[in-house]
Design a protein around this ligand. Structure first.
Ligand SMILES: [Zn+2]
Length: 394
């Protein structure tokens, strides 16, 4: 049997093999016959490719349940000894560490609440968790993907307003620098996950918008985030769609961030800025039916969100918009205000056929899924596969 060697990664046959792996990633449990049909492969080629992928410990095959008169086929899944990635979700208050195989389904193995606010207090325990997971799975672990509630530029955290950090080095999360480290903004990674396996699956151009403290998101085209020259794009919250002159912690004025979250609701109610804008917003949303002043403040905030979202739609022209974090509860709590501002802000030609605006489905796990997907993308690059085939040799 011909076997793949590192020198052949990158050739046309290897690209066929990657396409089969992508089908398995998109739909674990898909049959070989269905993959062959989708990719226009003969049954013989499909059989040859899957055999090669099994040999490289990238794919497993199990007999599929017989169906009708078709030839027997197999069900494709990740290989039980195949590559793994570690996915980390570093949030404002806590963190989670997961492991994912090539099918990209993160399984959470460790979690914790930050012991303090300083970068060392936050990063140290997570780095220890990554090292433990790496030790447990050894060379099967190929990369670490990190979702962080921060602005990420050139793969590094440059500013994290909600954590109170400026530039911070997350290099310790690479398990003693031995693993490739892929760091991404949490909202961007959640958007990638929604576009590839969530509410926008199948859409070529998907816009994800997420409110937590402030608002962020990403445009995802063909499964990849559009993040600009340095990776710091998608900071929708710092478009000047808020109140002119109001100073944002980012350093700019008039930012949309300050008009759509718990800080906005508090301001409209004449209350001081809340310590935890997310919790404050959730509490306000919960009491809108009982309190008219709160309902008005939430309605005004939902209107600011809808109007800004219309601007993003005008500018970016997505097929579908997914709403993450507090965006969907805010819309649901003040639907008339949200819809009026959204429709009013859309250019006239769009109003007859606006993009669908739907709730994200991965919820709090979106960023973690996105971190796993991004790390797996790295594993499946030519360099990543060369490293894997080298690691397979005794
Ligand atoms: Zn700002």
């Amino acid at each position: 049997m011909r076997t793949a060697s590192p020198s052949r990664v990158g050739d046309a046959r290897w690209r066929g093999a990657l396409a089969v792996l992508e089908e398995m990633r998109r739909e674990p449990g898909v049959t070989r016959a269905v993959v062959a049909q989708r990719l226009g492969l003969s049954s013989g080629s499909a059989t040859e490719i899957t055999a090669r992928l099994r040999e490289l410990a990238l794919l497993s095959e199990a007999p599929a349940a017989a169906s009708g008169r078709g030839r027997p086929t197999t069900v494709l899944g990740p290989h039980p000894e195949g590559p793994l990635v570690i996915a980390v979700d570093l949030r404002q208050e806590d963190w989670r560490c997961a492991v994912a195989a090539l099918d990209g389904r993160p399984e959470i193995v460790e979690a914790g609440v930050h012991a303090g606010r300083g970068p060392e207090q936050v990063i140290g325990p997570i780095a220890q968790a990554v090292r433990r997971v790496h030790t447990r799975h050894g060379r099967r672990v190929r990369a670490v993907g990190v979702a962080v509630a921060a602005t990420v530029q050139h793969g590094r955290v440059v500013q994290a307003a909600t954590l109170g950090w400026d530039a911070v080095d997350l290099g310790a999360l690479a398990s003693d620098a031995r693993l490739p480290l892929l760091i991404g903004n949490d909202a961007t990674l959640a958007g990638v996950a929604e576009a590839r396996e969530g509410a926008a699956a199948g859409a070529a151009t998907a816009l994800h918008v997420m409110i937590e403290v402030g608002v962020g998101g990403t445009l995802v085209v063909d499964g990849r985030p559009v993040s600009g020259a340095t990776g710091a794009g998608g900071e929708f919250g710092h478009l000047p769609l808020g109140e002119p002159g109001l100073r944002c912690p980012c350093g700019a004025t008039g930012c949309w961030d300050l008009a759509v979250d718990g800080r906005a609701i508090a301001r409209h109610l004449g209350e001081p800025p809340p310590d935890d804008p997310r919790t404050y917003a959730l509490a306000a949303i919960a009491r809108t039916s009982a309190d008219a002043a709160t309902a008005a403040a939430v309605g005004r905030t939902a209107g600011s969100f809808g109007g800004g979202l219309a601007g993003l739609i005008n500018a970016l022209d997505p097929d579908v918009v997914t709403l993450g974090g507090l965006a969907q509860p805010l819309r649901a709590a003040a639907t008339p205000e949200f819809e009026a501002a959204l429709t009013g802000g859309l250019m006239r030609f769009r109003r007859a056929d606006p993009p669908r605006v739907v709730a994200a489905v991965l919820g709090q796990d979106g960023a973690l899924h996105g971190a796993a997907l991004t790390a797996l993308d790295h594993v499946l690059t030519e360099a990543g596969m060369n490293a894997w085939t080298a690691a397979l040799r005794p």
